[in-house]
Ligand binder design. Structure first.
Ligand SMILES: C[S@@+](CC[C@H](N)C(=O)[O-])C[C@H]1O[C@@H](n2cnc3c(N)ncnc32)[C@H](O)[C@@H]1O
Length: 319
């Protein structure tokens, strides 16, 4: 997956005059902060160099995983065409761009962001997005301002930056503000999964209906050290490789998401929880079932059409 050309060009324009050595140093600091999961309420990205590091090394990945999460929603709700977006912790506008790509119907976006320097970059990039965007300076850990409800409300890669006590009130408020779908995306780490599980419990208690990825609203059947996550392959630009000191022209970005709605899913499905393992004449699938069970299913060539389907599905797909 790559950034849309207009976004890539706009990002290149912003990064053009920043020396790679500076971006590399800032990227190291940023990834250290993300890896150690510091949750002291301080913004991770609050200076110009950190923002350039985010654009060069994180935006392609968060765009790709949000885009995949939105595609999973669209698969379940093919006729849905949201017109308004409210994105909390909008950063450079990763969700805005991914949502416009998934739903060209999206006309209006409100972006809540606490970092002034991040907002400035987001505003500049959003000019190319084709949507009317309003950026609101807000500390969502304290309060979400009074706003109109939006068809789609999103919170992407933000929970890990908030003090834990801020999460429940924020989720409650975002659910109030969603006219239909609320999507939360997190890194696909065990800690990211745990945060999503807490959000899932809270949203179920508030009456939200899960539409993806879980095919049920029972307890998650996975038990640590296992954890639920998906993966997207992300192309690395030359600048991205230099900033990360990496040779490989791609990276596999793990992520976890939760989409809830005010409307239920119409169809039952199982979710593929790992890369299918194919051997001669067999495919082994790890599935989350509609009844909330974890299932290891062996599909053999003798099963005809089921086997053909099993050979086609991938990690994260519905079955
Ligand atoms: C990791 S970035 C994610 C950006 C974007 N959502 C994405 O998926 O790429 C987290 C963003 O949330 C913002 N943020 C963190 N804490 C916040 C708070 N308390 N209020 C508003 N924004 C916040 C940060 O400034 C940053 O732009």
């Amino acid at each position: 997956m790559e950034l849309p050309p207009r976004l890539r060009q706009a990002v290149d324009e912003i990064l053009r005059d920043t020396p790679i050595a500076d971006i590399r140093k800032a990227a190291e600091l940023l990834s250290q902060r993300y890896r150690s999961e510091v949750r002291d309420g301080r913004l991770h990205v609050s200076d110009r160099l950190a923002v350039t590091a985010y654009l060069a090394t994180r935006l392609p990945a968060t765009y790709a995983t949000v885009r995949a999460s939105l595609a999973a929603i669209a698969e379940i709700r093919p006729a849905w065409a949201p017109r308004s977006l409210l994105d909390a912790g909008g950063g450079p506008g990763s969700v805005l761009w991914a949502a416009r790509d998934q739903w060209p119907s999206l006309e209006d976006a409100t972006m809540l962001e606490a970092s002034e320097v991040m907002s400035r970059v987001g505003v500049a990039l959003a000019r190319e997005s084709g949507a009317r965007t309003t950026w609101v300076a807000a500390d969502i850990a304290r309060a979400v301002p009074a706003l109109e409800r939006a068809d789609l409300v999103t919170l992407s890669y933000v929970l890990g930056e908030l003090v834990p006590t801020a999460i429940d009130p924020l989720i409650e408020r975002l659910w109030e503000l969603s006219a239909d779908v609320l999507l939360v995306v997190e890194p696909g780490t065990p800690a990211g999964w745990q945060r999503i599980l807490l959000v899932r419990d809270r949203l179920i208690a508030l009456g939200a209906l899960i539409i993806a990825p879980c095919p049920h609203a029972e307890r998650c059947p996975l038990v640590a050290p296992d954890w639920c996550h998906f993966s997207r392959r992300v192309a690395r630009s030359r600048r991205h490789r230099l900033a990360k000191d990496a040779d490989i022209p791609w990276e596999d970005e793990k992520f976890i998401y939760l989409a809830v709605s005010r409307k239920p899913n119409d169809t039952a499905f199982a979710r593929v929880l790992a890369r299918p393992r194919a051997a001669s004449g067999t495919v082994r699938l790890k599935l989350c079932s509609p009844t909330g069970q974890l299932e290891e299913r062996l599909v053999t060539k003798r099963q005809g059409d089921d086997y053909k389907v099993a050979r086609r599905v991938d990690w994260g797909d519905r079955l």
